[in-house]
Design a protein around this ligand. Structure first.
Ligand SMILES: [Zn+2]
Length: 452
């Protein structure tokens, strides 16, 4: 390891530290930016120091959870693992993760790296990182402005993969797009799938994308489908058919407060009742097995795994249970609608829609979510909020669902705590996540003050 690299790393850490002290703020990506400016090869150099393997997780939905499960599974086996924090999945964020994982002398002491990469950033990250394994969770339509239609994402991911020749892929075989991509790439790949119908109508919605075969353009036929375009597909014209799974979740049981299932004779019990978390858990475990890792502690780790990241997203304030859920695209939103409805206690629901750059400035995707299920006997009230609160209200109106609009989130949440069901769900898209989280922390302090 060069003396110069050492210096670059130490300077980057010091400068970002100083900047944080002077200007405040999070600065998660700053060390990466500085290090890359001083040394263009810094990421390649640091990732070469990973002793065993580097995993990358990509895909429209679920990548943060999958990457986190992978990290916890490896840590449970006593391995030292580099991971990038949520939201730092562009080039500078990835480099920062490596820089910040070094010791005082600028040395990296890591057995594995688990790195979540944004689909559009992959073209820059993958050639520098040269990972061993890629978990591709799915390819859905995401925020329209930034990702364009799903074809663009498909092409970007494909081009990025081509620049990482030693990569082995793990794909969701239920996703015809991921499967076609794996076939078109020259890489070795394995598949994971769910063969049982565990998703209900509320989480399913119609298939609105990718119903045509990418090879011949004919309409695909489905034996059954899970949600989005996921399911058991076949093309009657060219014969493209969902492949047999290398890893399948079987004997799936969805319980009120968790789930259980088997993979390759191993039995897992989880604390999440959300069916999409079966995919997330299955893909992480499959990735480990694909890499030849036995992971004997996986059962124990996953039984205690906090899918909801409760410290970040759930609050108890003056007897009211409040939870924040992020939903940033149609498929994700549909899954959250389904999850909220699994709770049969009376509840209030706030839906906050913003249209900042990170959210996607075009909110027309709201029309692709089946909201008609949202109103039932357990839903006490629905409130819309955010810069596009009125668009959201209009969307609900077309489903004959009554809602209120609020321009003052804080007071509305206070009202929910003081006068409503004591069970509040707040569904937000991207930029609403941090502001709502901060707001709930403030309110928690405020109410704690009142009680004291
Ligand atoms: Zn075809």
């Amino acid at each position: 390891m060069g003396f110069r690299r050492n210096l670059v790393i130490r300077f980057s850490k010091w400068a970002s530290n100083m900047s944080q002290k002077i200007r405040g703020g999070q600065g998660v990506t700053l060390p990466g930016y500085i290090a890359r400016t001083l040394d263009h090869h810094i990421l390649t150099s640091l990732s070469n120091d990973v002793r065993k393997k580097t995993f990358v997780v990509m895909g429209t939905n679920g990548k943060t959870t999958v990457n986190s499960i992978l990290y916890h599974a490896l840590a449970a086996e006593g391995e030292k693992v580099v991971i990038n924090k949520t939201g730092s999945n562009m080039l500078n964020g990835v480099i920062s993760a490596f820089v910040l994982a070094t010791d005082k002398k600028g040395r990296l002491d890591a057995d594995y790296a688990c790195i979540e990469v944004d689909e559009l950033a992959a073209m820059r990250v993958l050639p520098m990182l040269q990972p061993d394994y890629l978990v591709l969770t799915n390819i859905y339509r995401d925020q329209l402005d930034r990702f364009g239609e799903v074809d663009i994402t498909f092409q970007k991911v494909k081009e990025a993969i081509e620049k990482a020749p030693k990569l082995t892929l793990l794909i969701n075989g239920d996703d015809v797009l991921s499967y076609t991509l794996a076939q078109e790439s020259k890489h070795d790949f394995m598949t994971y799938e769910i063969n049982e119908q565990i998703f209900d109508d509320k989480s399913r919605s119609e298939i609105r994308e990718s119903i045509f075969c990418r090879k011949c353009g004919h309409k695909l036929e489905y034996k059954f489908f899970h949600y989005g375009q996921l399911g058991d597909y076949t093309c009657p014209h060219c014969g493209l058919t969902r492949p047999a799974a290398d890893f399948a979740a079987e004997n799936i049981k969805l319980l009120g407060d968790g789930s259980s299932f088997d993979v390759q004779g191993r039995h897992f019990e989880t604390a999440s009742p959300a069916p999409y978390n079966i995919y997330n858990t299955l893909s992480a475990f499959s990735a480990l097995r694909m890499a030849g890792i036995e992971a004997p502690h996986f059962e124990e780790m996953i039984a205690n795994y906090d899918y909801a990241n409760s410290r970040e997203s759930q609050f108890e304030i003056a007897g009211t249970h409040l939870q924040i859920h992020l939903a940033k695209n149609p498929v994700g939103f549909q899954q959250k609608v389904s999850l909220v409805l699994r709770d049969e206690k009376p509840k209030d629901i706030i839906i906050m829609i913003n249209d900042e750059y990170q959210d996607g400035e075009d909110v027309s995707w709201l029309w692709d979510v089946d909201f008609q299920y949202l109103e039932n006997e357990h839903t006490s009230s629905i409130i819309t909020a955010g810069k596009r609160g009125y668009d959201m209200q209009l969307r609900l109106k077309y489903e004959d669902i009554q809602s209120e609009v609020t321009l003052d989130m804080k007071n509305t949440i206070r009202d929910c705590i003081d006068h409503r069901t004591n069970n509040l769900y707040i569904i937000v898209n991207y930029t609403g996540l941090y502001s709502t989280n901060d707001l709930l922390k403030e309110l928690a302090d405020e109410y704690a003050g009142k009680e004291a």
